[in-house]
Each structure stands twice: as structure tokens, then as C-alpha cells.
Design a protein around this ligand. Structure first.
Ligand SMILES: Nc1nc2c(c(=O)[nH]1)N[C@H]1C(S)=C(S)[C@@H](COP(=O)(O)OP(=O)(O)OC[C@H]3O[C@@H](n4cnc5c(=O)[nH]c(N)nc54)[C@H](O)[C@@H]3O)O[C@H]1N2
Ligand SMILES: Nc1nc2c(c(=O)[nH]1)N[C@H]1C(S)=C(S)[C@@H](COP(=O)(O)OP(=O)(O)OC[C@H]3O[C@@H](n4cnc5c(=O)[nH]c(N)nc54)[C@H](O)[C@@H]3O)O[C@H]1N2
Ligand code: SF4
Ligand SMILES: [Mo]
Length: 754
């Protein structure tokens, strides 16, 4: 260790939802050394290749160091925090007063590693009367959430570590991870002859290459494949009758529809050999435990909500619930979705599921003369001008706003459209946490302590939101004073004072995160004032799952909160027993309700639905946004973090390359209904003819040491359209964009480069 290096400090990787625990040594504000944290209760020392590159996030030379205000010529000037806060609060106040607070939209609130800041936004938004919001979950998970809400009112997770059969539907966990210690678990499954892996994916991914059954569907045909798999379970009597009778409603209606599915015909339509498909279904039907993970390969493709519905039949019809190695409901420390029915967005009438408006309709909800259009927007920890379909439409819409404020660590494509940009402290410079707490039977929560001071000029989001709230001046200091005193006296005193204060003025509950930050926050040690909001969540968690929290060793909400503050590597907050799965079903009868008339009608309609959406003009299916070894959404902008695939190659099949005259390492032009782009070609035996793929996270700009801006790779949403979305959830079909690919002649490529 050198003189300036700190001791090893626990924190977490922020590049995917796993948030593996890591320990770091900090040297001159650099994350000089990084390794897995063996004390982390979920990751247990595991990391993938990406965690070691985190300093490229922390020390991005394009970090923001001052609030910025746009001048009329489009350039930015630095302003001080007081000016920024008062002008922004006044600006949103004016929109609320003139047009109503519901004309202010909130987008984002947290990425793969940070949800704590967003937890404070609600107080400011509620104080203004703003309630509409959207974020990346409305680009992927809302369709599944709609089905989940109907089935059991909760979210499920597979227990892959112990599953006899693991099924991955449009999911490549070797690259994209998403459950703890993914590569270790995948290797264990592959090595064990008693366990099997079933992968449904058109690409021979790293995961598919390890599978016992690779159902290599034609892109976009999963609904036929999944319907046929579920039909085999019904037609060959592989269902768990006792489970269905005791724990499920609507099974007869579902079985009646599946009994009619022509398996051989559907196998042919999805391009999977009937024998293989039947063998996979029989393996599922005969296993002692089955766990399933669906992800973007279906959630961002054709019939996406229907696929979510069908895929759940694989484990429900076979009774793979509430036992080791199966599918589980789980506790949550803070819900990622709001509860309640499906709402409608004000302009386009799009479905609002789990409180989230589809990202795809956001531009249309702004760029219109409709009286209910959004006029103000706050974007926090998200880059929608790059990550939402049709970047051109998003840009045009954002440019028309009366007020756009972006809170980010870096000058992003979205920040460049903002009236004000506020610099956030990085995720290693403040208290931070995520609400991706999705495991069963043991669920974990990790409050990360700051490992260094905020970059000068930046502030943690809890402080930004508190300053904005103070400026609105909606909470009377006289109401906070007793709470401040009680917080200093102790947890029990604070609890009593809190209950008294909210009893006297229920309005305080609406701005709860602000109240906690202002009163409990200053008493928290180690730079953890931003953790104050967790006090309320800890109380709620202890009330919702009292037994499971006690089993995890926490007597009550205050004990859980204190354990969270003290546990530098994360804590287990619930320990469930397998039969608890049934009590986590929110329906009064504690049964899974699988009859959804729209979905059953859609299964019937598959018989006549087209399985091809390409056209002679756009004959190739482009998957726009694949997860690879060196992609991490838009979190790291410095391209030098990548050790390979630095251009983000367009992967094409051997057959297509030959037909189109493409060469490996050469250039290709990709055209879609939305736009064109150019990419470096990689000819790959993993791709099916007629299918091409581009990675996610490319096409963001970065100004290097030489002052020149570089934009490696293709921004996938230069090629996608807002209207290309799922009928139920409005989620985009990014994995299934009809495209044309042409070789770019070497001479032409040189001419374009100069
Ligand atoms: N390395 C890395 N890991 C990440 C991320 C990252 O940016 N980089 N991002 C994180 C985030 S935000 C998410 S949401 C997850 C996403 O994780 P995944 O969903 O696993 O990621 P993708 O690679 O986008 O898509 C999964 C698979 O869908 C397949 N696919 C394409 N078309 C079809 C189809 O028609 N049918 C089927 N069945 N499959 C199809 C692709 O071949 C691909 O293997 O990853 C997380 N992990
Ligand atoms: N075509 C296509 N589009 C896609 C996808 C695809 O596969 N294809 N995938 C979709 C999916 S699944 C997802 S999840 C989204 C992700 O897209 P986004 O919702 O835009 O999220 P991120 O890319 O994670 O961007 C995170 C932002 O947070 C900033 N940030 C990092 N740390 C902090 C912090 O501490 N505070 C603040 N305030 N900001 C911070 C980063 O600089 C970055 O700008 O993209 C979606 N878009
Ligand atoms: S990218 Fe995900 S799996 Fe890899 S180290 Fe980071 S959190 Fe863990
Ligand atoms: Mo995502």
C-alpha cells in the first residue's frame, strides 16, 4: 500500500442491478484497487469483469463540477448553488401555479446502483402537485408487472442456485448477470448432470452455449414457442394437479385454451425442432424444481406481455412455487412500482402500469398543443435523450419544454437539452443504496457509506432535494423543531415524536423523506445523513414482514435501521420460510389467479398472427441494444474502460454477410424506419440468418484529454421508433427492429471519416 492509499473500504459495484459488494482502496480520489467483498451477504466476494473498471466512472474527466444555466445561445454558464436552487424552485412553482403541478413530469430516479437520491424527489414533487413519472422500468418490466399484479400482486424471482431446471427466456445471464453470483451458478448447473439449463434465444450466447436445451427460436416468435411448451405440459398431463387445485384459480380456462394449441405447427413457426421442444417441456414437467428468468429478449420484443404471461405457465402449471429451487415471491425494502390499477396518460391515453408511463410516449405527451401536455420535466440519474426510443423525437420534445432540469454526474445527451444542470456527487462520494432487493428466502439490503468526499461543486441528491424543498417553504420550522430534539435523544424518542407529529399533521407524511432528512439526518454518523429516509422504510418493512425481519435478527424497525447503518457490507433484512410464499400473495384467497381473458384471446389469435414483421424494404431483424462484456447502460461514458469490442460491432450471420458483401472488420450502413447509422461489422456464427445485433450503451460522447469529442459505436435509439411498442404495456420492441444492412465501400468509408 502506498502512503496516500486508504484502508480497504466496503462499497458496491454500480454497473448492474446485482450491486455486488466490493472493497476498494482510494488513492488521490481514485478507486486504485478493487476486489470482491467476501462479507457481502448476497455476492460473497463475487464480481464479474466489469467491477474492476469502476474508476472510469468515478474519475470521468467530464464530471460536472458546478450548477449550469443555459444561455439564450445554447451555451452554458456556471452559477452558484443558491441561484440555481431558487431559480429552479421558482420555475416549477410558476408552472404549477399557471398550469397545475400535474404538468410537471419526473423521469428516472435511479440507475443500476443508486435509488437513495430518487427517494427524496417525492416530497418536492408532491409539494408541487406533480404525480406523473416514468423511467427505464417502463421500457422493460411494466408488461410483466401487469401480469404479476393480476396473478399474485407481487414480483417473483427464481432460486437458480438450487433449481434442478433453470429456464432463461430472452436472457443471457453470463453477460447480463441479474442474479447473485451468476457465472458461478451457471458453471455449477453446467457441471452437474442432475441439473439442466433451458435457454430460449435466437443467438448462441455464452449462456446458450452452456445449455442442455437451446431452443433457438427465430427472433420474435417466442409466443409460439412458449405456447407450445405450456401446451405440452397440458396435453401430456405434466401439470401438478394437487398444486393447481389447492393454490391456483382459473386453471381450467387456461388449460382449455392450451389444449387446442397445435404443438407441431407452433414448433415449426418458431423454428425449433418439435422433438427438442417436447423434450424441454418434459424436462420441466418432471423436475423436482424449476426456476425461470425472462428478460429483454422477450420483454423488448414482439408479443412481449403475452410472453410474460405464457412463460409463467411453465412454473405455475407444474407447481414450482414455495419450495427450494423454484420460483418465489419475495419481500421488498421499498417497492419499485406503485400499487393500484392501470391509469392512463394525459395526452395519448397510454397505460400507466405500476405508476409508470411508458417511456415511449413521453415525447408525444410533451410535443403537442394538447392542454394537458407536460410543460416541465425533471430528469434524475437517467439519460432518456439516448436511452429512449427515437432520440430525435425525444430531443425535439425536450427542446419544447418550458423548464427542463437534469441531475446527473456528467454532461449527458439529456443534460445538453436542459435549462439547468445540477451536478450530483458520485455513488462513491455519498451514502447510496438500491431497492433491487429481490431475493428469497434471504433478502439483503446494502447501505453504502461514502468512500471519499463529494467532488468540489457537486452535492448528494438528498441535499439537492432538501434545498429545493426549503425554497418552496411548505413545511413549518416549528413542526420540525421537536423532531430534531427527539432525534438527538434517541431512536425511541424519535419514534414517539414522529408518531405525534404525523398524527397532528398528516400532511407531514406526504413529505416524509424531507422531514426525516431535516430532523433525523443531522444525527446520523459517518456522512450518512442521506440515509435518513431509510428509517421510514425500515419501519414499514418490519411492520410488513414482522416474522421474517425477526428471523433475520432484527427485533423491530429501529433495530433494522441501526443494523443497516452499521453493516458496511450489507445486511440480511428478511429470512423467509418456503410456505411464506403463499402469504406474500396479495389476493385475499392467497391463490394465484391465472385467468386473464385478454391473454387467452391472444393465445387463440396466435393461430392466425404473422410471425414475421420484416418487409422487403427492411428484411433483417435488428436487436438494438445487446448486453456484452463491456457495456453498462450509459453509466460509464469514458470509452477507454472497454478492453475489447471498442466500436460496439454490428454482429451479423455468416449467411447475411455473404449475401450482403460484408467483411469482418468492415463497415456497414444500417437503415430503419427511424434513421440510419454506420457500424463496424463482426461476422458471427452465433447469429441466425436474418438477425443482426448492436450493443447497448454505445454512441455516447466523450471529450478526451486532447479536447476532441469522440462518439464510439452506434446510439441504438437513433434507429428505433416510439410507435414500435407493445399493445398492453407500451414497452418498446428494441430487440425486433426491421432493418436494412448494406456494405459501406472502403472508399466511401474513408471519405466519410475525413
Ligand atoms: N454487461 C451488461 N450487463 C447488464 C447491463 C448492461 O448494460 N451490460 N444492463 C442491465 C440491464 S439494465 C438489464 S435490463 C439486463 C438485461 O439483460 P438481458 O435481457 O439478458 O440482456 P440483452 O442482451 O439485452 O438481451 C437478452 C437476450 O435476448 C436475446 N434476444 C434477442 N431477440 C430475441 C427474441 O426474439 N427472442 C428471445 N427469446 N431472445 C431474443 C438476445 O440474443 C440476448 O441474448 O442486463 C443488466 N446487465
Ligand atoms: N435501444 C435500446 N434502448 C434501451 C435498451 C436497449 O436494450 N435497447 N435498454 C433499456 C434499459 S433495459 C434500460 S435499464 C435503460 C437505461 O437507460 P437510463 O434510464 O438512461 O439509465 P442509465 O443508462 O443507467 O443512465 C444512468 C445515468 O445516471 C447517471 N449517473 C450515474 N451515477 C449517478 C449519480 O450518482 N447520480 C445521478 N444523479 N446520476 C448518476 C449517468 O451519468 C447516466 O447519465 O435503457 C433502455 N434503453
Ligand atoms: S456488473 Fe453486476 S455482476 Fe458485474 S460486478 Fe458489477 S454488480 Fe456484480
Ligand atoms: Mo434495464
Amino acid at each position: 500500500m502506498t502512503d496516500t492509499a486508504t484502508d480497504w473500504q466496503p462499497t458496491a459495484c454500480i454497473l448492474c442491478e446485482c450491486n455486488c459488494g466490493i472493497v476498494v482502496q482510494v488513492e488521490n480520489r481514485r478507486l486504485a484497487r478493487i476486489r470482491g467483498d467476501k462479507n457481502h451477504p448476497a455476492s460473497q466476494g463475487y464480481t464479474c469483469n466489469k467491477a474492476l473498471r469502476l474508476d472510469h466512472y468515478q474519475n470521468d474527466r467530464n464530471r460536472l463540477t458546478s450548477p449550469l444555466r443555459r444561455r439564450s445561445d445554447g451555451t452554458y454558464e456556471e452559477i452558484d448553488w443558491d441561484t440555481a436552487i431558487s431559480e429552479i424552485a421558482a420555475g416549477f412553482r410558476a408552472i404549477a401555479d399557471t398550469h397545475g403541478g400535474d404538468k410537471i413530469l419526473y423521469y428516472g430516479g435511479g440507475g443500476q446502483g443508486n435509488h437513495l437520491g430518487g427517494a427524496y424527489s417525492g416530497a418536492f414533487l408532491k409539494a408541487l402537485g406533480s404525480h406523473h413519472r416514468s423511467n427505464a422500468l417502463a421500457q422493460e418490466k411494466t408488461g410483466e408487472h401487469w401480469v404479476d399484479a393480476h396473478f399474485y400482486g407481487n414480483h417473483t424471482r427464481g432460486e437458480f442456485e438450487h433449481a434442478e431446471v433453470s429456464v432463461f427466456v430472452g436472457k443471457n445471464p453470463w453477460m447480463s448477470q441479474s442474479f447473485p453470483r451468476a457465472r458461478v451458478v451457471l458453471n455449477e448447473i453446467a457441471k452437474d448432470p442432475a441439473r439442466s439449463m433451458i435457454v430460449i434465444d435466437p443467438v448462441i450466447t455464452d449462456t446458450a452455449a452452456m445449455a442442455d436445451f437451446h431452443l433457438r427460436v427465430r427472433p420474435g416468435t417466442d409466443a409460439w414457442c412458449l405456447a407450445a411448451l405450456a401446451a405440452v405440459l397440458v396435453q401430456e398431463n405434466l401439470c401438478d394437479e394437487a398444486f393447481l387445485a389447492e393454490h391456483v384459480t382459473g386453471a381450467d380456462a387456461v388449460r382449455a385454451v392450451l389444449a387446442e394449441v397445435p404443438v407441431a405447427d407452433y414448433a415449426q413457426r418458431c423454428g425449433v425442432a418439435e422433438d427438442l421442444l417436447r423434450a424441454a417441456a418434459r424436462r420441466i414437467g418432471g423436475a423436482a424444481s424449476v426456476a425461470v428468468f425472462e428478460d429483454l429478449g422477450v420483454q423488448q420484443s414482439v408479443n412481449s406481455t403475452l410472453c410474460s404471461y405464457l412463460n409463467k405457465m411453465l412454473w405455475i402449471l407444474t407447481g414450482n412455487f414455495a419450495k427450494p429451487g423454484s420460483q418465489h415471491l419475495h419481500s421488498s425494502f421499498a417497492p419499485l412500482f406503485r400499487s393500484g390499477g392501470v391509469g392512463r396518460s394525459p395526452v395519448t391515453g397510454a397505460p400507466i402500469i405500476g405508476g409508470l408511463m411508458p417511456s415511449n410516449v413521453v415525447p408525444e405527451e410533451i410535443l403537442t398543443d394538447h392542454p394537458d401536455r407536460f410543460r416541465g420535466l425533471i430528469v434524475e440519474s437517467s439519460n432518456p435523450a439516448h436511452s429512449v426510443a427515437d432520440s430525435g423525437a425525444v430531443r425535439a420534445a425536450f427542446e419544447s419544454l418550458e423548464l427542463l432540469v437534469v441531475i446527473d454526474v456528467a454532461m449527458t445527451e439529456t443534460a445538453r437539452l436542459a435549462h439547468y444542470v445540477l451536478p450530483a456527487a458520485s455513488q462513491f462520494e455519498k451514502a447510496e443504496a438500491t431497492f433491487f432487493n429481490l431475493e428469497f428466502p434471504r433478502n439483503t439490503f446494502h447501505l453504502r457509506h461514502p468512500v471519499m468526499e463529494p467532488l468540489p461543486g457537486s452535492l448528494p441528491e438528498p441535499e439537492i432535494w432538501a434545498r429545493l424543498m426549503r425554497e418552496l417553504d411548505v413545511v413549518d420550522e416549528a413542526e420540525l423543531a421537536p423532531l430534531r430534539r427527539a432525534a438527538e435523544a434517541g431512536r425511541d424518542e424519535f419514534t414517539a415524536a414522529f408518531l405525534a407529529a404525523v398524527g397532528a399533521n398528516p400532511g407531514l407524511g406526504k413529505v416524509l423523506p424531507f422531514v426525516l432528512y431535516e430532523t433525523l439526518g443531522p444525527t446520523l454518523p459517518d456522512g450518512l445523513s442521506g440515509a435518513a429516509a431509510l428509517w421510514g422504510l425500515a419501519q414499514k418493512t418490519a411492520m410488513t414482514y414482522p416474522e421474517a425481519v425477526r428471523r433475520a435478527g432484527h427485533a423491530d424497525g429501529n433495530a433494522l435501521f441501526d443494523a443497516i447503518l452499521a453493516g458496511r457490507s450489507g445486511v440480511t433484512f428478511t429470512v423467509h420460510e418456503y410456505e411464506d410464499d403463499f402469504t406474500l400473495i396479495t389476493h385475499p384467497d392467497r391463490r394465484i389467479a391465472i385467468e386473464m381473458p385478454e391473454m387467452l384471446a391472444d393465445i387463440r389469435a396466435l393461430a392466425d398472427a404473422p410471425a414475421e414483421l420484416t418487409t422487403p424494404e427492411y428484411p433483417i431483424v435488428l436487436s438494438a441494444g445487446e448486453r456484452r462484456a463491456y457495456t453498462a447502460n450509459d453509466i460509464i461514458r469514458d470509452p477507454s474502460w472497454r478492453k475489447r469490442d471498442t466500436d460496439g460491432a454490428l454482429r451479423v450471420s455468416v449467411e447475411d454477410a455473404e449475401a450482403l458483401g460484408l467483411t469482418d472488420g468492415g463497415r456497414a450502413r444500417i437503415s430503419t424506419a427511424a434513421g440510419t447509422a454506420e457500424a463496424t461489422v463482426e461476422i458471427s456464427e452465433a447469429m441466425l440468418p436474418g438477425h443482426a445485433s448492436l450493443p447497448n450503451g454505445f454512441g455516447v460522447d466523450f471529450v478526451g484529454d486532447d479536447g476532441r469529442a469522440r462518439v464510439p459505436g452506434v446510439a441504438p435509439n437513433a434507429l428505433t421508433s416510439t410507435g414500435w411498442r407493445d399493445a398492453y404495456a407500451g414497452t418498446p420492441l428494441h430487440k425486433h427492429v426491421p432493418a436494412r444492412i448494406e456494405a459501406v465501400e472502403a472508399v466511401e468509408a474513408v471519405a466519410l471519416a475525413t
